[in-house]
Design a protein around this ligand. Structure first.
Ligand code: UD1
Length: 418
């Protein structure tokens, strides 16, 4: 098992290029199966989740070439409609392949997806939406057998919650539907717009992506396309936390400011000075962070749940008491006991509210990553802690953060993978 060994207490001063977005790359890779032909996807981060998506594509018969951060997918000859459980369990995003399979072949056989254990993470909204579009779904020994008898039909789907994954699955299935599909209360995350931007290049007819109402006219002739994945807004927020926690100045190249307005406001409220010019973001930390009286995670454009653990790590040494409410997932405080091992003073109330009493300093400890963003939070906390921190279960971090030790080293941190 690999570990990260971090010697904290170094003031940061460095510059880093921002990686491509995991949460954009994964649905776009699934979409390459739906559209057929050859797609060239640039700025694809080198992550274990991306490798898992490529394995699924290969399993369905796609040919894959990887050149640096570019992935070329030829899905012309794809024909497999079943994704084995071992591949489905690798990550939550595997469920987006269901929409792609149904769109391309009119059928698909999958098992429920895996991914970080940050709550129940049901797929009821995905399945009820697909059913409404005419997909018959039967569960047989843990396998979801999905097929259409008379093709997919366009319809009006009003989501009870703006689920990112459900919105992506509906968009993919709707590509080959008869007529128009209208999604109301759709997720507005930038990754949804990026998926739609790729599909538009492939010949799809989609309007409203990035807003609450998305319209997709099915049945257009689709072809592969070339597309560059947007920058990763969650990793951008991780670098903000690095500067906030360890102190110093961090420059991040390739930032899309629009995507992180709420996160910038939060770090500014804590006393950081942040400027973004021409895609370069510079974060300067104050002597000591101020508390944030109240912070609540929300669907986009609110403060992202994926950045919650990371800002908590920074606020654990702020001056005063911060209150963080997690409103998207039920089990997203798995990093709290680990931060406490490092000397943080955090109390969880009602399972979804963390009261963070800022302490003077964290100290190095042996801790374990329980999920992707929680693991990143521990790495961030370790940068500001006194002494050595050893983080186990680094594979969680590798799912979403490309070579974290190289990135943090670029910023001036003392970090090694062992
Ligand atoms: C995506 C992101 C994840 C992020 C999350 C919320 C990817 C690969 N992952 O996950 O990093 O944290 O959005 O921004 O893009 N829900 C249901 N039923 C469903 C679907 C979802 O109840 O059928 C609930 C979930 O349990 C959760 C909430 O809705 O409480 C949000 O889930 P959703 O937006 O679907 O997140 P994901 O697409 O899984």
């Amino acid at each position: 098992m690999e570990k990260l060994v971090i010697n904290g207490g170094r003031i940061l001063d460095g510059k880093i290029n921002l990686q491509g977005s995991k949460n954009s790359a994964l649905p776009i890779l699934a979409a390459t199966l739906a559209v057929g032909g050859v797609s060239v996807i640039h700025n694809c981060p080198k992550l274990t989740d991306v490798s898992a998506a490529l394995k699924i594509l290969e399993h369905t018969g796609c040919k894959i070439k990887r050149e640096g951060h570019t992935v070329i997918v030829d899905s012309s000859e794809a024909s497999g409609v079943e994704i084995p459980e071992c591949m489905m369990r690798e990550m939550r995003s595997s469920i987006i392949f269901l929409g792609a399979l149904i769109s391309r072949f009119g059928e698909g056989r999958v098992t429920p997806p895996g991914g970080c254990e940050i709550g129940l993470r049901p797929i009821d909204l995905h399945l009820s939406s697909l059913r409404k579009m005419g997909v018959k779904i039967a569960e047989n020994g843990g396998v979801l057998e999905c097929r259409t008898e008379n093709g997919i039909k366009g319809c009006h789907i009003s989501l009870a919650f703006p689920s990112v994954g459900a919105t992506e699955n509906i968009i993919l299935a709707a590509l080959s539907a008869k007529g128009e599909t209208v999604i109301t209360n759709a997720a507005r995350e930038p990754e949804i717009k990026d998926l739609a931007d790729y599909l538009l290049k492939c010949g799809a007819e989609i309007s409203g992506a990035g807003q609450s109402v998305i319209r997709i006219t099915g049945g257009r002739t689709l072809r592969g396309a070339e597309h560059a994945v947007i920058p990763d807004r969650i990793v951008a927020s991780t670098y903000m936390a690095c500067a906030a926690c360890a102190g110093g100045r961090v420059a991040v190249d390739g930032v899309e400011k629009e995507h992180i307005l709420h996160v910038i406001s939060a770090y500014e409220a804590a006393g950081c000075r942040i400027s973004v010019k021409g895609g370069e973001m510079i974060i300067k930390s104050p002597e000591r962070l101020s508390r944030i009286k109240s912070l609540r995670t929300m669907p986009y454009p609110g403060f992202p749940t994926d950045s919650q653990a990371i800002i908590m790590a920074a606020l654990s040494t702020a001056n005063g008491t911060s209150v963080i409410s997690e409103k998207i997932f039920e089990n997203r405080f798995r990093h709290v006991p680990e931060l406490i091992k490092m000397g943080a003073d955090i109390r969880v109330e009602d399972g979804c509210i963390a009261v963070v009493e800022g302490v003077e300093r964290l100290c190095g400890a042996r801790v374990s990553a329980g999920d992707l963003r929680g693991g990143c939070a521990l790495a961030v906390a370790a940068l500001g802690a006194e002494g050595e921190t050893v983080i186990d279960n680094v594979y969680h971090i590798d799912r979403g953060c490309e070579a974290i030790e190289n990135c943090f080293s670029c910023l001036g941190a003392d970090i090694k993978r062992a």
